[in-house]
Design a protein around this ligand. Structure first.
Ligand code: ATP
Ligand code: MG
Length: 385
């Protein structure tokens, strides 16, 4: 469009009289007009001038109007093309419309009909350009969002890598030091009885530190879903029973009251028994940790419909989670437990596994009010049961 905001119309016709009269009528109607004497020149001018609308004759020597239409549309589909056909050339008009001409007018040109066609083409051009701009803007927004998501992911991966290094480095350097110490003592000659007692202590530390490293690594594996799960129908009551029996020892030690609301006849969920058990145990252990002075642990399950799912709840009456910590509890290595008591991988493991099961995990809690974790898992397909 020119500086004056008028639309530019290119008139292409090999007959100079018709070309001039048509151009004059169009200029009179307030458009900017350019002309070309044949199809080839029309195409050149089109590329140079980028008019909004081209009005072209069909029958021209060399490059005819239909070919010009095709080339113009290939150059810029937003340019509207109106073809002028001789009276009775209906087939040509149809061919032009099939090639996305915006309109056709018959020769000899009636100026009112021409101006009407121009108005419609101008409207169509403006609408299509707005649509194209809007689409481009949308694509841009989607690209932006994808980039932000990617950046987010890279940032959390970076944080994850940094924390893995940090978490594993300490136990590893401990292990290394104890090993060196023992080698040094052994290097001095036969180990005395007192040395052996020290070795036992060192080896216990090496054992517990190695165990810590391996827990970190296996937790990370579950979080990054690199372990291959074996999916099948999982009986929820059996899953909860097994998980509780594995936590029984810890429960008994802390004098926590256990309440169960697990109705019979729950539909099985679709999943990997071991991974789901790991989730439930992590939630139970967290609940136990949150109630060092005793309390009540409530395990519940209920069937939901549309779509068929089962919701498992693990609720405690412990210290609860502060609003500040809430957004971070599913992050790997986020822990509020002191002195190496927590690796901070329990909930991130739960999150990773539940995602992989197409389920969801939610928490309701506030400081001092206990916490309730809900796992929602899709019911197994009746065909698979
Ligand atoms: N039931 C709960 N009540 C109160 N706080 C909780 C509860 N469950 C989790 N949290 C909070 O979320 C944090 C992260 O839990 P997560 O299970 O990921 O790690 P962790 O228990 O600290 O360590 P890990 O499970 O690896 O031994 C906990 O340190 C605790 O602050
Ligand atoms: Mg935990």
């Amino acid at each position: 469009m020119g500086d004056d905001n008028r639309l530019t119309i290119l008139v292409v016709d090999d007959e100079s009289d018709i070309r001039d009269v048509t151009a004059l009528a169009i200029a009179d109607a307030g458009y900017r007009v350019e002309t070309a004497a044949d199809g080839r020149q029309g195409l050149d001018r089109c590329c140079a001038l980028r008019p909004q609308i081209v009005v072209t004759d069909v029958r021209m020597p060399g490059l005819d109007g239909i070919t010009l239409l095709e080339r113009v549309k290939a150059f810029d589909p937003l340019i509207e093309v109106i073809v002028m056909t001789a009276f009775g050339e209906m087939e040509t008009a149809i061919r032009a419309l099939q090639r996305d001409a915006s309109d056709f007018i018959t020769k000899p040109v009636n100026h009112d009909a021409l101006l009407m066609a121009l108005q419609r083409a101008a409207q169509r051009h403006i609408t299509r350009r707005q649509l194209a701009e809007y689409t481009a803007q949308l694509e841009h927004t989607v690209e932006d969002q994808a980039r932000i998501l990617h950046q987010d992911k890279m940032m959390s991966l970076g944080r994850l890598a940094a924390s893995v290094v940090h978490e594993i480095n300490n136990p590893l350097s401990g292990i290394l030091n104890y090993c060196r110490l023992m080698l040094k003592i052994l290097g001095r000659g036969e180990a005395a009885a007192e040395d052996l007692r020290r070795f036992e202590r060192y080896l216990k530390l090496v054992e517990s530190e190695t165990d810590r490293c391996s827990r970190i690594v296996s937790g990370l594996l579950a979080f990054s879903r690199k372990t291959a799960p074996s999916f099948g129908p999982v009986d929820v009551a059996a899953l909860l029973e097994k998980s509780l029996s594995l936590s029984r020892h810890k429960l008994d030690l802390t004098g926590i009251e256990l309440v169960q609301h697990v109705p019979g006849g729950l539909p099985p969920v679709s999943g990997d028994f071991n991974q789901l058990q790991q989730c439930i145990i992590n939630l139970i252990f967290n609940a136990i940790d949150a109630m060092p002075d005793g309390g009540r642990l409530t395990i519940g399950a209920e069937a939901l419909s549309d779509p068929a799912r089962v919701r498992i709840t693990v609720a405690d009456t412990g210290e609860g989670i502060s609003a500040e910590d809430r957004p971070r509890i599913f992050e790997p290595f986020f822990t509020t437990k002191q002195d190496g008591h927590g690796t901070g991988l329990g909930l991130s493991t739960v999150y990773g596994i539940v995602q992989h099961h197409n389920g969801s995990v939610d928490v309701a809690s506030s400081s001092g009010q206990g916490a309730t974790f809900c796992l929602t898992l899709p019911a197994a397909d009746p065909g698979d049961r």
